[in-house]
Design a protein around this ligand. Sequence first.
Ligand code: UDX
Length: 433
Amino acid sequence: MRVAMIGAGYVGLVSGACFAEFGVDVCVVDTEVSKVEALREGRIPIYEPGLDKLVEENVRDGRLTFTTKLEEAMEGADAVFLAVGTPSRRGDGHADLSYVFAAAEQVARAAKGPLVLVTKSTVPVGTGRKIKAVLDETRPGHEIVVASNPEFLREGSAIGDFMRPDRVVIGAESDRAFQVLRRLYRPLYLIETPIVQTGLETAELIKYAANAFLAVKITFINQMADLCERAGADVHDVARGMGLDGRIGRKFLHAGPGYGGSCFPKDTLALARTAQELGAPVTIVEQTIAANDARKEQMADRVIAALGGSVAGKTVAVLGLTFKPETDDMRDAPSLVVVPRLAAAGATIRAFDPQSAHARQLLPANTVFAEGALEAVEGADALVLLTEWNEFRALSPKRIKAAMKGDVVLDLRNAWDPEAFRECGFRYSSIGR
Ligand code: UDX
């Protein structure tokens, strides 16, 4: 089989490389010339564990190619995947679908024979039908059918999520679309992956419902953590005690500084807007968005309070800047709120993240970037753990103490052992414990 993947972004690259690994011939097309050139030379524009190796092997075996020309990518393709960006539109929070419709129109013009056009990009409910209208308008009487096949990839473990998914969702209205997609995912039958075969609108909504539910779940445990602090309870045990109930489940009950990333903030907002427009508001999601935004600011206020009400003239070491470990993605990372707020309150920030390339461009210019965790804490009055990279878990509190000037530690990911830090003389606080 052969597919064209439109968009060499995160979703397009991971999905393209994984389909190639399944034995499919994949051509990834992107308009950015420098990106395509880099990929052809084996340079991957994003950091995702295992992706470089997967791309390299499949390029070598001739199953994965890159181009800037759509016609070339679509040559002989059974399916064309749309994996272009759907950023939040400025002002109203709606997903910006201009790239999706533009790509659909180009596909309609370039198509030579029967084709399945599949949206992998996260698009609001109703978009598949609008894509159909674009196809009808551009090429009346064409043989292109539309399908929705949302991704559920977590950054940092995207390859595993693609290769061993909990389920595959396929939304379509034609047998041909179901057949082509089922054939593409055939290797997953061996591991008995459930396939949810449904209509276009339902598939589109499943993606938003799943992400919004997870965002609500995280926000719930974050608020429980605040309650635990007031009530003298331990949120870890609350999460465990709740999560062992099979109806609730243990995952995504880890309290922290608020969720970030490329999906939850954008998708919750888009779902809330769509639901309002359709006259069925999901107020629980609206409240989740507001609570999560406020939480990031509250995290900065916690630091200020821990330093006695003012950070003016103080040095704060921040470990972890990306929205989660094993990624270089800074989108909606708590650090983007916490660091500027502390800097504006007069603190000097000494920061370290194992993947700080993007952070350097996004954080205030006077942020000091250290080359390692111990260098970051050197002379600091307070230490804030914002992202739980594994290398931070192993840090010795003794060595941190020796390097720091002050004794304040805020572990906003509950990654460290409170006793070990307190024994070293730290005033240690964490989330909900
Ligand atoms: C998410 C979804 O998991 C994935 O299915 C979807 O396709 C894209 O969005 P991702 O954004 O990569 O994936 O990261 P995820 O691991 O889900 O974490 C999202 C955010 O929630 C991070 O900021 C993380 O720190 C936070 N989080 C997650 C918590 O605060 N607590 C948790 O228990 C889990």
